[in-house]
Design a protein around this ligand. Structure first.
Ligand code: ATP
Ligand code: MG
Length: 397
């Protein structure tokens, strides 16, 4: 905590609230990260001031979530969220609280938070407020619910994913009762919006422990999206060999799930999880490509590039190396570096050239394809005169 100080603009927001007689603390993720010696990526403040009072202190501040008591204060193009102490009650459908009540007390606010390590606050003069033993759990590298895990997961089923995500990101274990409650309450995940599950899965895939997604699956959190349940999929560890890019990690996950027979269609799986259309297309094509054997020689690589495009083939090559070993990426790179033609765009003749030779319609398309097939085999012959004569000659036959 001593090593990392909040930036000046955050300290000033805290000070301004205090100067107007309101208690205010740093809270949640930033306090956890500071205690871990990691620089927080955002700074949240909680306060006893009501949202209207926060806006009085900072005229012009944006009421970004008034219902939840959140006001965003912008200073020097940086934002700080200032949220009134609140309690949450009557969770509907294991997702959202129906009632949010502003309360005067910090401990009540901390008690609505998910895990002990996320339920600490830091006063402007450096005093840590830790009513649920978050610091001890940080020391023991442990994720533990605030209060009864079963009740907390019944209130909000997303917390089960968050527990696994934080354990993967921080390399923490999940406390026994918390883990047991996930097993017991996993079915409540079916009440969640697919987008929220997608975001948690993606964030987990990008952590140093992507195999935690296998545990999500094993515990039943992904039942809605899979045809069966399997053991914890330890092979997902191999994803750490891939760059920390969402596309690469989704593709490798899909390939592993297909190989395990846990999904029947990559496209259906990703569509149900509301992935964007580019990711769905790339992963569907990449997984299909990986079902075939490894390409041998430059012409085979070029045929794949022609059919699936550079992004998909490159990503599939990285996945093949990570999952099955080998040097596909290196081979592909040398093909790409050679500058040899594999697409119509780089063919030395165009449709217009063939039209000038009197070709049209289907015949013209077939000729272009023939010429491209030809230069994929004989890259040194991607020359205009030679191809025009080939096209002319064929027409005369
Ligand atoms: P990150 O570094 O991933 O942003 P974070 O702890 O800041 O981690 P956020 O999702 O930004 O996580 O949430 C901020 C804080 O709000 C958390 O630290 C936690 O105290 C509380 N919180 C967020 N989501 C929930 C939830 N579903 N249930 C209870 N408390 C939550
Ligand atoms: Mg945060």
């Amino acid at each position: 905590m001593e090593n990392i100080a909040p930036p000046k603009y955050v300290r000033q927001v805290l000070r301004s609230l205090q100067a107007r007689g309101h208690v205010a603390y740093l809270v949640g993720g930033c306090v956890r990260d500071m205690a871990l010696g990691v620089r927080p990526h955002d700074w949240d403040i909680c306060t006893g001031a009501l949202p209207e009072q926060v806006m009085e202190v900072f005229p012009g501040a944006l009421p970004t979530g008034l219902k939840h008591g959140t006001v965003t204060v912008r200073i020097n193009s940086r934002s700080v969220e200032v949220t009134t102490f609140r309690s949450e009650e009557n969770y509907a459908d294991h997702r959202h609280p129906e009632t949010v009540r502003f309360v005067g007390e910090l401990t009540t606010d901390l008690s609505r938070r998910d895990f002990t390590i996320n339920a600490m606050a830091l006063s402007p003069d450096g005093l840590i407020m830790d009513p649920f033993g978050g610091l001890t759990d940080l020391e023991h590298r442990c994720i533990r619910c605030v209060g009864s895990p079963e009740l907390r997961f019944e209130e909000d089923a997303l917390r089960m994913f968050r527990a696994l995500r934080f354990s993967a990101r921080l390399d923490f274990t999940i406390e026994e009762a918390t883990l047991a409650a996930i097993g017991k309450k996993a079915h409540l995940a079916s009440a969640l919006a697919a987008e929220r599950i997608r975001d948690e899965v993606e964030k987990t895939l990008l952590t140093p422990r992507p195999e935690t997604v296998g545990l999500m699956q094993h515990l039943g959190l992904l039942d809605v999206f899979l045809c069966a349940r399997a053991d914890a999929l330890p092979e997902l560890k191999l994803l750490t060999k891939l760059p920390r890019k969402a596309l690469d990690r989704w593709m490798a996950l899909c390939v592993i799930l297909r190989r395990r027979g846990l999904i029947s269609s990559v496209e259906d799986f990703l569509t149900a999880l509301r992935l964007d259309s580019r990711t769905i297309r790339c992963c569907t094509d990449g997984a299909a490509l990986l079902e075939g054997r490894k390409p041998r020689g430059a012409p085979e690589w070029k045929r794949l590039l022609r059919r699936w495009g550079v992004d998909t083939v490159s990503c599939a090559a990285r996945c093949r190396d990570a999952l099955d070993g080998g040097s596909s990426s290196r081979e592909l790179k040398s093909v790409l570096k050679s500058g040899e033609c594999f697409s119509m765009k780089h063919l030395a003749v165009s449709g217009d050239d063939l039209t000038a030779l009197g070709l049209k319609g289907r015949e013209l398309g077939e000729m272009l394809n023939f010429l491209l097939d030809y230069v994929i085999e004989y890259p040194e012959n991607n020359r205009r005169e030679l191809l025009l004569s080939l096209a002319g000659n064929t027409e005369e036959l």
